[in-house]
Design a protein around this ligand. Structure first.
Ligand code: R5P
Length: 294
């Protein structure tokens, strides 16, 4: 019998080497269990950084400029992203199941742009996140918003379910029109999200005090992109966020609304993973796009 022979001949015990234990490069994740860490490892590279591409905008604003045909505009960008952030509807209908990206799936929602945006509910059960092979789910949190408590309840419901399934939750700080987007507010919002147990947090960059927002948050901060800026400004913002300690970026319009989105995502990747400075990344964008400067 093959098994018996294998046992008799077993001799490669590596007696001089203690069994290795593995470092994990994601902030605050060292004590999570295997499934959770395995999913986080799909989002973050070996350097602990992530270049995430967001195109979930349709869940509250319908067809967005640049996202009219996701099969044409976004699918070609997938090889350059570590993670794709999208709704389950778009993932199932448009994204090829052969993609190797981590999937961060929108799991809260409700109101459209025509209504009060903070009035969200849980929009996907964790069992479906598991079926779709989500590496994480995203929940919007409206600190200071009209439905603040309800959005925190959504977050907590998904965190409980995520712990049961080993699926991390990305808490997203939503900034209402009436709220000031400054380090004091974002520090409050990101810390609250992490205190409730989200394994990662997405928030906007601010010029003043962003490093304190990062320092005060015990889990990775991923910088949100926001509306389209000139390419050098967008790359500078990504650089500064990473320089202040962000673990990555989650950009949408600043990538897919460019003349050459592939060139832009490669430039963003250069900042996130290769330590390019803004001018270097911008030069890469221009070189790859044959001189685009939008
Ligand atoms: C943000 O809270 C939502 O998930 C957005 O739909 C998306 O992430 C926005 O991406 P961007 O602002 O970079 O276009």
């Amino acid at each position: 019998m093959a098994d018996l022979e294998g046992n008799l001949n077993a001799k490669d015990w590596g007696l001089d080497s203690p069994q290795r234990s593995w470092d994990f490069p994601v902030k605050g994740a060292g004590q999570l269990d295997f499934g959770m860490r395995h999913r986080l490892a799909r989002i973050f590279g070996a350097d602990g950084h992530t270049a995430m591409l967001a195109f979930d905008h349709g869940y509250f604003q319908g067809p967005t400029s640049g996202l009219e045909r996701i099969d044409l505009s976004i699918v070609p960008l997938a090889p350059y992203a570590d993670a794709l952030m999208a709704t389950r509807g778009i993932i199932r209908s448009v994204i090829p199941s052969s993609v190797t990206n981590a999937l961060v799936v929108r799991a809260s929602g409700g109101p459209s742009v025509l209504k009060e945006l903070s009035n969200e509910r849980v929009a996907m059960q964790m069992a479906d996140a598991a079926r779709i092979d989500a590496a994480a789910v995203a929940v919007q949190v409206f600190i200071g918003g009209e439905f603040e408590t309800q959005s925190i309840a959504n977050l907590n419901e998904q965190i409980d379910a995520g712990l049961a399934y080993g699926i991390p939750v990305l808490g997203v700080t939503a900034v209402g029109k009436e709220l000031t987007r400054d380090a004091r507010y974002l520090g409050l919002a990101t810390r609250i999200i992490a205190e409730f147990g989200a394994q990662l947090v997405k928030t906007y960059y601010v010029e003043e005090g962003f490093e304190q927002v990062v320092a005060g948050c015990p889990v990775p901060i991923i910088m949100a992109g926001g509306k389209k800026l000139p390419s050098l400004d967008a790359l500078t913002m990504a650089f500064r966020a990473m320089d202040a300690g962000a673990a990555g970026v989650d950009m949408g319009r600043n990538i897919f609304q460019r003349t050459d989105p592939t060139a832009m995502i490669r430039a963003v990747r250069g900042i996130v993973h290769d330590g390019l400075r803004p001018e270097e990344a911008h030069a890469l964008y221009q070189e790859l796009s044959s001189g685009a400067d939008d």
